[in-house]
Design a protein. Sequence first.
Length: 253
Amino acid sequence: MVIVKSPREIALMKEAGRVVGLVFKTLEEKIHPGMSTLDIDAIVEKVMLDNDCIPSEKGYYDYPASSCVSVNEVLVHGIPSSKRILKEGDIVSVDIVATYKGYMADACRTYKVGTVSERADRLVRVTKEAFFESLKYVKAGNHIGDISHAVQTYVEKHGYNVSRDYTGHGIGSHMHEDPSIPNYGKEGTGVKLTPGMTICIEPMVLEGRKETRVLPDGWTAVSKDGKLTAHYENTVVVKEDGYEIITMYEGEE
């Protein structure tokens, strides 16, 4: 069931989203070669707790950390570790969810560690652009399929693939609500967008084949062919004539 949010609920989600944006602003300044993915997780947790938010991922189905930190071939759900050290040229996706007074905001950024290769830079750029391409179709009366189709066609036009195993989703007082928002689909299909819907659109893009596999830890999802992956996500409020992104910090590109 799709839950349309009240102005009060949206205001609480926007505060959670503000803190998510603050985390990303902090990480932009601090991510560097030589730090571990556990170091990143510690920053995420501290910024959230210092700003009256709960890191919602910690304990979710027994997940052990405050963020998912996914390096290179890891598409999603990378568990932070003191043993995974970032190197010059890596790309690292940091996926976070903050809760403020019972309401959540969810977003992800893929960061470039130092100077990266042209192929890594292009993958990160196209993944982000696919999100903004999909926003052209976010307004009341359009369909989830319009968003999904926009992501898929943009990504495939650039020679990449989207994951079929993981999707975007609704969000509110729960991390994952209806509707599911795949990164592939047909225009004019799926749930119709309504003002007050709050959704997470998240292109998850693979440099090579679309298939993934989950490592023995039960969480970490990697590209089956070992090629690079990237992930970009924001929480978006559907409005009558468009949308509002609530998880970007002021001045973010």
